[in-house]
Design a protein around this ligand. Structure first.
Ligand code: SF4
Ligand code: MG
Length: 332
């Protein structure tokens, strides 16, 4: 089936005060119909840039974006407008994306009106239905965003995004601005809605427990590039890239029965600046396994054997998928 989102060699460079910032630097990623793809990595890895480019809120400087098979990379804002109902972005902080002067009802109905899907009584009925679907009451339609809690506001931005039945939802840290106590309920809501409606989702997060819960497949980013990509269960069971191993070693184990014992891998140093990514493997300045070759030769993102379409970029991962153990290297 046609993927809902296809990024090919996506690049987003921009001029910063100290030179060219390579926020996204050759990202190739697809989200299938009804598939949830998690995009994880430290803050500063370029995840949000990829998400914003995917829905054309940020302009890529290279590569291509296809939505439902259509090349939207260079479509004008005007040409893009009718397509906007196919893809939506839900932000980390709902307060910034909800107009404080509008009522909740108006906020949710706006996309319906803009895309000529419903107005008047039909729109009001649709709003009531959407409010119920996100666990709110019909009365909430008359409130303003500031009268609601953070969790309720995020439910409203989800209702708004889903009002036009998009094929693709890009969710950028949708729960990280919320109280821990309500994060799980918003995640559960997203999971339920995704299952019922079957939209494809690019789920951007640094919350590994959330991504394990929600995603079918995970892509790991480091300094503007994808270093590993695999079906969720495979990635968690057997991370191949030393960076993925380090990232997952810090994740809580949701179910102790899984007996996932991972030795914590502590990375030395800070994430290098995207102004001047290290030569060779970008991770070499922090990799416990780095060898001379890593400092000069860029590792290609290779597809490993198996059905999952697993990809990894590390010189030390063998073609048959045998991977080194970063935890063992650091204790030597
Ligand atoms: Fe580490 Fe080298 Fe692999 Fe990069 S290529 S992750 S530096 S071992
Ligand atoms: Mg971000």
């Amino acid at each position: 089936a046609q993927p809902v989102l296809e990024l090919r060699d996506l690049e987003r460079h921009f001029a910063g005060p100290g030179g060219v910032v390579r926020a996204a630097d050759g990202v190739t990623l697809t989200v299938g119909k009804g598939e949830v793809v998690g995009l994880v990595g430290e803050s500063g890895s370029g995840k949000s840039t990829v998400g914003r480019c995917a829905v054309r809120l940020d302009e890529p400087t290279g590569g291509a974006i296809h939505i439902n098979g259509q090349d939207v990379t260079r479509l004008s804002r005007r040409a893009l407008r009718p397509l906007r109902k196919d893809f939506h972005l839900v932000f980390q902080d709902p307060s910034s994306s909800l107009d404080p002067r509008m009522t909740v009802g108006q906020i949710i109905a706006e996309p319906l009106r803009l895309h000529g899907i419903a107005k008047g009584d039909a729109a009001r009925a649709r709003v009531a239905e959407l409010l119920a679907q996100v666990g709110l009451r019909p009365e909430h339609a008359d409130r303003h965003p500031h009268e609601l809690s953070g969790g309720q506001r995020q439910r409203i931005s989800i209702a708004r995004a889903l009002s036009v039945d998009p094929d693709l939802l890009v969710a950028d840290e949708p729960t990280s601005a919320l109280d821990v106590s309500v994060q799980a309920s918003v995640l559960n809501l997203l999971a339920d809605l995704q299952r019922d409606r079957g939209f494809g989702c690019l789920f951007i997060t640094h919350d590994l427990a959330a991504v394990e819960f929600l995603a079918d497949r995970i892509a790991v980013m480091y300094l503007g590039q994808i270093v590993e990509q695999a079906p969720t269960a495979e990635l968690f069971a057997d991370p191949k890239h030393p960076y993925t191993q380090a990232l997952l070693s810090a994740a809580p184990v949701p179910d102790p029965a899984l007996q996932r014992t991972r030795e914590r891998i502590v990375l030395s140093g800070e994430l290098p600046s995207p102004l001047a990514p290290p030569p060779g493997c970008r991770f070499h300045t922090r990799c416990p396994l780095a060898v001379d070759r890593c400092r000069v030769e860029v590792p290609a993102l290779r597809t490993l054997p198996g059905d999952g379409g697993r990809e990894v970029s590390c010189h030390l991962v063998a073609d048959d998928g045998t991977a080194p153990d970063a935890a063992a290297a650091q204790t030597l």
